[in-house]
Design a binder for this molecule. Structure first.
Ligand code: ATP
Length: 445
């Protein structure tokens, strides 16, 4: 296998994503808009697979977590209580000559990225003088209703978890859950990032998958450890190579002021080890703040001990888009085949791959029975039918989008009622009777 150089790997992935319909720059016909991306047909499918897998493992596979799906715009007081109005800000600096804007705390990272080309001091793009750092609030502001005044200001949520806290009491009551239990939610979040970068790693509109697990302060440590491990294992379970993942404890100066402890799940991207997900012990800060700002009692009554208390919260907070990027980076490979031939392959886990089975007639003349076969496979597997071009090219096209199995129906199939199944990674081919094909594939998945 040839290893691709750091910089070009991201470029190659970005171009593959565009060419094959995973991800496009948003509003591209107008020149694009920085920090916003659109998922194309294959990307939308793969993103759904990630989310469905998360949802299943966090809610449906357990009996102690329930889900919600709340609104993006909330009462503006929510963001006062959460501290976002006051302090959800990054320090930013502007270059006095070229007017570029950077996060002051990331200047070294930008310079390192530019490598030898970067001026040693000053602005990373042109070497110009920088302004002093200023705080810049990352929340997108909007107005609710027809009047644009200060009373109608609202924000697009910068994280999905706050509505879990504001709904805590209601959800607990209607679901009749006892502490310890969790509430999960996934959906869009918005941050007016100063410098969106690294493809979909840092964008201005993205999706989060968050869960708040409410427990007693008596067994919080056990639950914290449980979730740190569970979340690490989740990435391994969707096929990410273990040696590219690590857990890192946040240092005292990285921790949010209310957090008692936090671990980041990190992946080794071509641009360094970066956070995929944070698992934080948030204490009872959030419920305390919302109780204070709303004037409502958000405490929990334990029927066994007859005590009222504010549960403490363990929060695993993940990014859909960062997981997506991780899976792409991790799965991408270029291989030298015989006779100077090369192939690009995405070794995506079958659970995540946008297409699970490619179905091909060797010749267009054989289309009819193969269309029937595709129709029956489609009931169970994400199936793609393709009759165009040489069979080798059809295989390559599926390798490049990560399809784990391709099924070819040839002239012999009419006689032996069997097809050739080709496995993506080993490229091994096997003859399988059509009657047992679905069972065979089921076994592989
Ligand atoms: P960073 O330090 O990278 O800005 P953060 O620590 O502010 O991230 P959190 O607020 O903990 O991030 O958000 C939880 C998760 O949401 C992150 O681990 C990441 O997966 C995702 N996320 C946060 N900001 C973005 C963004 N701008 N683009 C894409 N995903 C994001």
């Amino acid at each position: 296998m040839t290893t691709t150089s750091t910089e070009t790997l991201m470029e190659k992935l970005t171009s593959l994503c565009k060419r094959r319909g995973f991800i496009f720059p948003s509003s591209e016909i107008y020149g694009g808009i920085n920090g916003f991306w659109d998922y194309g047909p294959l990307g939308a499918e793969m993103k759904r697979n990630i989310k469905e897998h998360w949802w299943r493992s966090m809610t449906q596979d357990r009996d102690d977590v329930v889900g919600i799906d709340s609104s993006i715009v909330m009462h503006p007081r929510v963001w006062e209580a959460s501290g976002h109005v006051e302090s959800f800000a990054d320090p930013m600096v502007d270059c006095k000559s070229c007017k570029s804007r950077f996060r002051a705390d990331k200047l070294d990272e930008y310079r390192a990225e530019k490598g030898a080309k970067a001026p040693p001091t000053g602005c990373p793009s042109c070497g110009g003088e920088l302004t002093d750092a200023r705080k810049f609030n990352l929340m997108f502001k909007t107005f609710v209703g027809p009047v644009e005044d200060s009373a109608s200001v609202a924000f697009l949520r910068p994280e999905t978890c706050q509505s879990i806290f504001t709904n805590f009491k209601q959800v607990q009551t209607v679901s009749r859950k006892k502490v310890p239990f969790g509430i999960a939610q996934m959906g869009k979040s918005f941050r007016n990032e100063v410098t969106p970068r690294n493809f979909i790693f840092r964008s201005r509109e993205f999706e989060q998958m968050e869960m708040e697990f409410f427990c007693s302060p008596k067994d919080d440590q056990r639950w914290f450890e449980h979730w740190v491990q569970q979340r690490f294992d989740w990435y391994v379970g969707i096929g990410v190579r273990k040696e590219k993942l690590r857990l890192r404890a946040q240092t005292a100066d990285e921790l949010a002021h209310y957090a008692k402890a936090a671990f980041d799940v990190e992946y080794e991207f071509p641009f360094g080890w970066q956070e995929l997900e944070g698992i934080a012990h948030r204490g009872s800060y959030d419920l305390e703040q919302h109780a204070k700002f709303s004037g409502k009692d958000l405490s929990y009554f334990d029927e066994e001990t007859k005590e009222h208390f504010l549960p403490v919260v363990i929060e695993p907070s993940a990014g859909v888009d960062r997981t997506f990027l991780t899976l792409l980076v991790d799965a991408y490979a270029e291989e030298q085949l015989q006779e100077g031939e090369e192939r690009v392959v995405l070794r995506l886990h079958p659970k995540i791959a946008p297409v699970q089975v490619g179905v091909f007639p060797l010749s267009k003349k054989l289309a009819e029975p193969v269309l029937e076969l595709a129709k029956s496979l489609r009931k169970e597997f994400r199936t793609f039918y393709d009759e165009a071009g040489a069979i080798g090219r059809r295989y390559r096209r599926q390798d490049e989008v990560g399809t784990p199995f391709c099924v070819t129906y040839d002239f012999e199939s009419q006689n032996d009622n069997a097809v050739t199944v080709r496995e993506r990674d080993s490229m091994k081919q096997e003859r399988i009777p059509i009657a047992t094909l679905a069972e065979y594939l089921r076994g592989k998945f």
